[in-house]
Design a protein around this ligand. Structure first.
Ligand code: GLN
Length: 632
């Protein structure tokens, strides 16, 4: 990916179903859960680098003993930072008191972070700031064990302002505008309610206050609480939560926009945003990791019982296709195949662009995430050549000479590592006038990988703004003197904002939007832009369900090809010698390659929740009025 889009968050949850002694005995350490959590978070570090957090709960502690711990970091290497802190605490405790070494019960009482229920989170913010206060997990504390709530999520609500107002109407006074606080307070409100009602009921049954506590834990119906809390949520979400006494949950939105997976055996229950994180860390097979159904919650009671319950009725499945194209690690068995298919499906367009001339064409990719689609693209080039070779050989008949055969078979797709990413360079870049020259060097090239006059095909997973292409990649590739540079995007054109967890909230950031705008100017149809703005304005008072995505009309007059051509023009840096062509995946190709993840609103404008239409409506108004702000 050449455009850094800050995106996504990753969740990990672990519940150890056996006493800690069991893990000490079997795996040599009572810190088994903490160690596994570290690995789970590292394996998902692709999902968030703005911050990371960890929380754990110890079951069955006596009053006066700490049972919840949390550590968060917004440092440069946040996962490393939190686990360095955790390690430090553990090692210091072990050094100071050597008798702890083999006494698991004492470890549990005196060392923080160790526990049976653990949650980890890596964050890229979509709402609020990047300071430590915005880092998950969030904590809602109370002297009543059951009312303690720890929440972390991969989510974005389109109606967080409205949800905030609802809380205020309920008489609450949330301490922050962070969206995670709003969601947590919403759950917390109904949790408080449920605990109070249960307590009343249990008292009526003749139990005293002390006896009531374990009974509340047993009877607390998390599904019911989540049902009430999430009634008005409009967004994409996977929300994880822990309750002070030891219940845990992971809840996924009704359209399955955000991903969630889980695994269970008699030792552990584990959940994560990505399947391979679970597979690798626990060495379990692909099939034993389940996807959490949309609208459902995985609920793990303190007593170890596990259930999956419907919370909100699932709607049409619209799992985010960007997860498959780019966000998730490509190590997932299905995603790996899907990315290769994305590369395969763009090949016919490439062939056209190079005029079937594979002999004078070099294939390459933008490091690192586009590598898998590159393999798919190259394999298709091989297939194409094989067919050609077959025809040539058959045409020459049985008397073909060794030389002829050799000449035919010698033609292979030319694949090279052309672009190199100098990752470290980015951090050095300052804001002064020398910036552009520095930016141009974020990528480097392999000299000699391309002959003068070759076509150079370079695949990327998507093109959002195209800034890096224009300022760095195309300039540096041009130094190799290709005749034509064909930039291929394994994803379709990004035309609409995301409002479900990816930080792409402004229309004018998208190069496809800029291209359509330029086409309106070329065609003298800028009146249309004003007309769309007026239509958007008229909708601001409508309820979400009534809002229509009129921004589609902005693109409607132009074909995808016209827009791609304009994008090539916009992204060609001044003075470039090579001809630049830009090829995008088609929407049909995307659906064919990723059949389970048909959520494609950023490409098509078809939002899976009503709030999406309001967001895109607002985004267009912001663009037209020149307001540089997020639309949600
Ligand atoms: N990418 C995400 O899932 C972000 C979660 C949440 N909206 C935040 O900004 O903290």
């Amino acid at each position: 990916m050449s455009d850094a889009i800050k995106h996504e968050c990753g969740i990990s949850m672990i519940r150890l179903l056996k006493p800690l002694e069991y893990y000490k005995e079997k795996y040599g350490t009572a810190f088994y859960g903490v160690n596994k959590m570290y690995l789970m978070m590292e394996k998902q570090h692709n999902r968030g680098q703005d911050g990371a957090g960890f929380a754990s709960i110890k079951l069955d502690m006596s009053p006066g003993e700490r049972y919840m711990s949390r550590v968060r970091s917004a440092q440069q290497q946040p996962i490393q930072d939190i686990f360095a802190q955790i390690n430090d605490r553990i090692n210091t405790a072990l050094e100071q008191n050597p008798s702890l070494e083999n006494d698991v019960a004492l470890q549990k009482r005196s060392i923080p972070y160790i526990g049976e229920l653990l949650m980890g989170h890596v964050r890229y913010g979509t709402f609020g700031k990047n300071s430590i206060e915005s880092v998950h997990p969030f904590l809602r504390q109370n002297n009543w064990m059951h009312r303690n709530l720890i929440v972390a999520g991969n989510f974005n609500m389109t109606n967080v302002n409205e949800l905030f107002e609802n809380l205020v109407t309920l008489g609450q006074h949330p301490k922050e505008m962070a969206d995670t606080v709003t969601v947590m307070e919403k759950i917390g409100h109904f949790l408080d309610d449920a605990v109070a009602k249960l307590y009343k009921q249990i008292k009526k049954e003749g139990y005293n206050k002390r006896e009531a506590s374990p009974l509340i834990a047993e009877r607390l119906n998390m599904a019911k609480i989540l049902r009430k809390a999430s009634k008005n949520w409009d967004g994409g979400y996977t929300m994880g939560g822990l309750l002070g006494h030891g219940d845990g949950f992971l809840f996924r939105d009704p359209a399955g926009i955000r991903p969630a997976y889980y695994y269970q055996d008699d030792e552990i229950v584990v959940a994560a945003s990505e399947r391979p994180a679970i597979q690798t860390v626990f060495n379990v097979a692909y099939d034993s990791v389940k996807e959490l159904d949309p609208g459902h919650a995985l609920i793990i009671k303190k007593n170890g019982s596990v259930s999956v319950q419907e919370i909100q009725e699932p709607v049409e499945r619209k799992a985010c296709s960007f997860e498959r194209i780019y966000f998730s690690r490509g190590s997932d068995k299905e995603i790996y195949q899907e990315r290769k298919m994305l590369g395969k499906l763009v090949f016919p367009q490439i062939l056209k662009s190079i005029d079937n001339d594979l002999v004078n064409t070099v294939f390459s990719y933008i490091p690192n995430t586009a590598e898998t689609s590159f393999f798919g693209m190259v394999k298709e080039a091989q297939n194409y050549l094989n067919k050609l070779k077959e025809e040539q050989i058959l045409a020459l008949g049985p008397n073909i000479s060794g030389d002829e055969l050799h000449r035919i078979l010698d033609v292979r797709p030319r694949i090279e590592k052309v672009a190199i990413k100098d990752a470290k360079l980015r951090t050095f870049i300052t804001q002064d006038s020398s910036r552009d020259d520095l930016v141009a060097h974020v990528y480097d090239i392999s000299y000699g990988s391309v002959k003068e006059g070759d076509n150079l095909v370079i695949i990327d997973d998507s093109i959002v703004r195209g800034t890096t292409l224009k300022k760095s990649i195309l300039k540096i590739l041009d130094r190799l003197s290709p005749k034509k540079i064909i930039v291929v995007s394994s994803a379709p054109q990004i035309r609409y904002p995301d409002c479900y967890g990816i930080d792409m909230a402004k229309l004018e950031d998208f190069v496809a939007f800029k291209a359509a705008q330029a086409l309106h100017e070329d065609h003298g149809t800028t009146d249309k832009i004003k007309e769309i703005y007026e239509k958007c304005l008229r909708q601001t008072e409508l309820s979400d369900a009534e809002v229509v995505n009129y921004v589609k009309e902005f693109y409607a007059p132009f074909t995808a090809d016209q827009i791609s051509k304009k994008i090539a023009e916009i992204l060609s840096p001044v003075g470039i010698r090579a001809e630049v062509d830009i090829i995008y995946q088609s929407i049909e190709g995307l659906h064919q390659a990723c059949p389970k993840n048909l959520g494609d609103w950023y490409f098509t404008g078809d939002y899976p929740t009503p709030g999406g239409n309001r967001v895109v409506n607002r985004a267009f108004i912001n663009f037209y009025e020149g307001k540089n702000q997020r639309a949600y």
